[in-house]
Design a protein around this ligand. Structure first.
Ligand code: GN1
Ligand code: MG
Length: 342
């Protein structure tokens, strides 16, 4: 089956081997080796439940890659999509599934499980460099792959509907978490107002800056590439900063049970150093000053998203057991409390 997906992109080459990759909650990913080719490639099925217009999504990749290529001094790897013989950056298989091939960065790892201070510095620096790199990309040309992705006020509205419907009858057992999620609604409202009145600018941002979406060198831990461009859309730097805090500073991964947890302050400091050094003279005063609000906002949004999915019957995130999304939501709420008490 994998060889049939390679053929449209590499009609004259043969598959040697492949392996399943990654911990992404959305797309299916394979590392593939072709006979006689030194570097492997990344083959990925695009989740069209999450990204309904795969063609427009890949249009973003092509344009963003070209935009970064034009900058002679962009220091990180670029996700140039491989094109088929017909010159398109995706392949639609006979089941209607969309596939793409992206470069694979050998000799790298992603510090997904709790980056140390050096890794936090490097990853945050890389996200800052990426933000600067895409800053000049015309907003009007950027397809919104998931409209209102970080429109948290909208997500709360949907949450209220889910709660009312309570289709899997889990609301009673999650009463504590539901109350905590509502308590955090203030952050979403505050950010929403600041975006509306222009206090925080809308720009092209990554929108999924978790520790797992940056690649570091195995040998040096230096940043090699920012990956997962699926959600590069108009948005706010506060969310990119917030998602870094969310995934870098906790004492445990987002899946781990936690009624309480502590934050690793030295990792947060390294994150700040890396991010601020990459973005000197680029961020506005408000973007810098309100970055902690970004953390409170995105951590509470993620708690809201996990809890919404739990109450909605686990339709969005991959889950391994019945309470998985509830455990994740609790973890994020514990993180929120720890960040709030910083
Ligand atoms: C998803 O695709 P992946 O696994 O990198 C999600 C993020 C969440 C994250 C939580 C498109 O990221 O927004 O923060 O899970 N991506 C999408 O682990 O919904
Ligand atoms: Mg993603």
């Amino acid at each position: 089956m994998i060889d049939q997906l390679i053929a449209p992109f590499f009609p004259n080459e043969r598959l040697e081997s492949y392996e399943i990759l990654g911990s992404g909650l959305i797309n299916k990913t394979f590392k593939v080796h072709l006979v006689g080719r030194a570097s492997p490639l990344l083959l990925q099925e695009i989740n069209t439940h999450v990204f309904p217009d795969a063609v427009a999504l890949m249009g973003n990749f092509v344009e963003l890659a070209a935009h970064l290529r034009r900058q002679a001094n962009y220091p990180l790897g670029i996700l140039d999509p491989i094109c088929t013989l017909e010159g398109v950056s995706y392949f639609k298989d006979e089941h209607g599934a969309f596939w793409r091939i992206l470069p694979f960065f050998e000799g790298t790892y992603s510090p997904e499980q709790l980056p140390n201070t050096k890794e936090a510095f490097e990853a945050a620096w890389a996200y800052g460099i990426f933000l600067k790199g895409v800053a000049g990309f015309p907003l009007a040309k950027l397809y919104a792959s998931i409209p209102d992705f970080h429109h948290t006020v909208q997500r709360y509205k949907r949450f209220r509907d889910i709660l009312k419907a309570d289709i899997v009858q889990r609301a009673t057992s999650a009463a504590t978490e539901i109350a905590q999620v509502f308590e955090a609604e203030q952050y979403a409202i505050q950010v929403d107002q600041m975006l509306k009145n222009g206090q925080i600018p809308i720009r092209p941002v990554h929108n999924d800056t978790k520790a797992g979406n940056v690649l570091l060198s195995n040998a040096t831990s230096k940043a090699v590439a920012v990956i997962d461009w699926d959600t590069v859309m108009p948005g706010s730097v506060l969310s990119d900063y917030g998602d870094m805090v969310r995934t870098f500073v906790s004492d445990r991964y987002e899946d781990a049970p936690a009624a309480e947890l502590t934050i690793r302050k030295e990792v947060w400091e390294a994150l700040d150093e890396g991010f601020l050094s990459a973005t000197t003279g680029f961020l506005t005063k408000n973007e810098r000053e309100y970055r902690d609000l970004g953390a409170l906002w995105i951590i509470s949004e993620q708690a809201l998203r996990f809890l919404s999915d739990y109450l909605d019957g686990d339709r969005y995130y991959k889950t391994d057991y019945a309470e998985h999304n509830l455990v994740r939501a609790r973890n994020q709420l514990a993180l929120l409390a720890a960040v709030r008490n910083k």
